[in-house]
Design a protein around this ligand. Structure first.
Ligand code: AMP
Ligand code: MG
Length: 338
């Protein structure tokens, strides 16, 4: 065989070999664990990293739950609510500090002192009831995040006030887990913390994660899919926890101004952001603000994107999701730039 022909034959063989190898490259198998924590079902799916990464992530969730739970009498939050003052674990104090800043940033649409009201409606026990107007008016006098004091790690509350970090705890947990997993060499992970999805990197094959946004009118179905990498995708939906009385649906997201489940016209809000804490705080706050208020907030900040689903079924996505949101049939409006 002449030299050029030999070279051509060798390079053709090499190309064929490379093509075959690409097809049969060892597929990275995920490690996964499903468990109940923070009052929801969580599934963690990890690719690669140190052997103890999955166990360490679950331990971290349980550790944060033991500090933040309002129903665990020994948690930092319960001790503070009972005693009126408490020295918090440094990470609880950090979360409370950032949550209070976020309450201010959304002008009180998020209010961590809403807990007495949430309790009165029975959302903590499942003993649901529509409280009397006078009872709500009285409870509202205890709701005011600006009166929570935090000096160093020591927090104190005015008489009668109680906090609930339920609107932000899972988002914060997602951030903590993503940081821990990266330290342990995990470059690709899907963290499903109930309605909070946190993605680390992209899928192992380099493509984006595809996260379904549920249809609030039929939560078994979905209204579309967002494609993301390295983002939190957090949903607050009226369908997640609710009861019905005399034909009226009452859900777990409260308007801190009225002390009643908020009826803003929205049925769910999904926020896509770099930070899980921010996405979680906003999913709750934008739900309270309603569509127009939520879009005004987005135009003023532009550091997140959102899918807003109204009770009438209409869907609005912010402009940054135009390419990454794939609707499943429904007509979708894209909110314009300012
Ligand atoms: P999320 O599912 O993130 O929207 O959080 C809802 C939970 O946060 C509820 O179950 C309540 O415990 C609490 N919550 C309800 N409304 C508010 C509010 N406006 N601000 C702060 N926390 C709230
Ligand atoms: Mg939230």
């Amino acid at each position: 065989m002449s030299k050029p022909r030999l070279l051509r034959a060798l390079s053709a063989a090499l190309a064929l070999c490379l093509a075959l190898c690409a097809g049969c490259a060892p597929k990275q198998e995920p490690e996964t664990d499903t468990f109940t924590a923070m009052d929801t079902v969580m599934t963690l799916t990890l690719y690669g990293g140190e052997p103890d990464a999955l166990a360490a992530a679950k331990d971290r969730v349980l550790e944060l739950e033991s500090r933040l739970s309002v129903t665990d009498p020994n948690s930092d939050v319960s001790v503070l609510n009972r005693e009126g003052t408490a020295v918090l674990a440094p990470d609880t104090a950090e979360l409370l500090r950032r949550a209070l800043e976020l309450c201010a940033q959304v002008d009180g649409a998020l209010d961590v002192t809403i807990y007495p009201v949430v309790k009165a409606w029975g959302f903590t026990t499942g003993d649901y009831t529509v409280p009397d107007g006078a009872v709500i008016a009285d409870l509202l006098t205890r709701v005011d995040y600006t009166r929570v004091r935090l000096e160093g790690d020591t927090a104190s509350l005015p008489a009668g006030a109680e906090i609930d970090l339920g609107a932000v705890a899972k988002g914060w947990t997602g951030d903590q887990l993503a940081a821990l997993l990266r330290e342990k060499g995990v470059e690709s992970a899907l963290l499903e913390l109930g309605g909070n999805i946190h993605t680390v990197g992209s899928k192992p094959d380099g493509s984006d994660w595809r996260v379904a946004v549920r249809d609030p009118a039929d939560p078994e179905g979905y209204i579309g899919v967002v494609s993301v990498a390295d983002k939190a995708v957090v949903t607050s939906g009226g369908y997640e926890r609710y009861f019905e009385e005399a034909g009226v649906r009452y859900w777990h997201i409260m308007d801190p101004k009225t002390g009643a489940p908020v009826r803003s016209g929205l049925a769910s809000v999904t926020v896509v952001a770099d930070s899980g804490l921010y996405a979680d705080a906003l999913s709750t706050a934008l739900f309270v603000m309603g569509r127009d208020g939520a879009l005004d907030y987005w135009r003023a900040h532009r550091d997140f994107e959102a899918v807003l689903v109204a009770e009438d079924g209409s869907v609005t996505v912010t402009a940054g999701l135009e390419k990454s949101f794939t609707p499943s049939g429904k007509r979708v409006l894209t909110a314009a730039d300012p």
